[in-house]
Design a protein around this ligand. Structure first.
Ligand code: NDP
Length: 273
């Protein structure tokens, strides 16, 4: 029987998920389809009911529903309860189980490239939903310390409390106070939305050591100014699309219980960026 999957959010037209998952279905000859379904803020309950009615097999959740969707789950995976937000839902005969694949997606490129995190010193820019999944990832992989830099210091402080609670030593700073003393950081991540509109890098990377791992989770455009500046300094780069691909692969494996066709999904994604 053919299965239907979806991504829900608002806006949703720009989503790359239908392309990535459809490519995987084609590659493996699966009788499945994947649609983008716009659900405006405030209409999530009805939207989820509609998805259940059409017997959706699973769906991804994006802005603005990642936290509110928690209310409509019957079962919650550990990844999801830890982060407090859901991005992947599995539907088993009307029983909805939520997962958060952002953390695994974020960590995936480190594993693929054999880049270690243990005992590293991290500078994280941003303190929103994605940053929370990233903090959970660094705690899991036993980073030594994280500095959270954010425009709104209060949000950084809240995230630092979460980091401490899960065993990761953290301090905070306002984003515009990050200076020219970045030589001690092994990993620098941009998890703000700066770059989406081609803005210049949120911080100066002049003082980083060569081989510092610089990771931008913004995936459109692929070559953000932040990453361009990092390349000029000889940094090891991780692109936002690599996280996007990593979370999609994990979602695929949850839904289909089989290994995802990485190369076909990557090709679909890079063709679309
Ligand atoms: P949120 O809205 O939860 O958080 C946004 C963050 O960006 C906050 O820290 C916010 O700071 C900061 N910010 C926004 N605008 C500015 C600005 N003009 N100047 C300084 N700081 C700013 O979003 P998410 O955490 O969900 O997503 C963040 C980014 O990550 C988005 O671009 C999204 O597309 C990308 N993303 C990529 C993924 C991938 O797979 N590659 C997965 C998930 C997200 P403040 O607290 O002060 O408001």
């Amino acid at each position: 029987m053919s299965k239907t999957f979806a991504v829900i959010g608002d806006p949703i037209d720009h989503s790359l998920s239908p392309n990535i998952h459809s490519a995987a279905f084609r590659e493996l000859n699966l009788e499945c389809s994947y649609i983008a379904y716009r659900i405006p803020k405030g209409e999530l309950k009805d939207g989820v009911e509609a998805l259940k009615k059409i017997k959706i097999s699973g769906f991804n959740v994006t802005i603005p529903h990642k936290v509110e969707m928690m209310k409509y789950l019957d079962r919650i995976d550990e990844s999801c309860s830890l982060i407090g937000a859901v991005n992947t839902v599995e539907n088993n005969d009307g029983v909805l189980k939520g997962y958060n694949t952002d953390m695994d997606g974020f960590l995936d490129p480190f594993k693929k490239k054999n880049l270690g995190i243990e005992n590293s010193s991290v500078l994280l820019l941003g303190a929103g939903g994605a940053a929370r999944a990233i903090v959970a990832g660094f705690a899991k992989e036993k980073a030594q310390h994280i500095t959270i830099a954010n425009r709104t210091l209060e949000n950084a402080n809240n995230l630092a409390q979460f980091a401490n609670k899960i065993g990761l030593d953290a301090d905070t700073i306002e984003l515009d106070k990050v200076g020219h003393n970045l030589q001690d950081y092994n990993i620098i991540v941009n998890a703000t939305s700066i770059g989406l509109k081609n803005e210049s890098s949120p911080i100066s990377l002049e003082s980083i050591k060569p081989k510092t791992i610089v990771y931008d989770i913004v995936y459109m455009p692929m070559n953000t100014d932040f990453l361009k500046k990092a390349k000029e300094k000889g940094a090891t780069i991780i692109y936002g699309y690599e996280m996007l691909l990593g979370q999609a692969i994990r979602a695929f494996e949850i839904w289909h219980g089989t290994e995802a066709p990485y190369n076909a999904m990557k090709k679909a994604l890079l063709g679309g960026v």
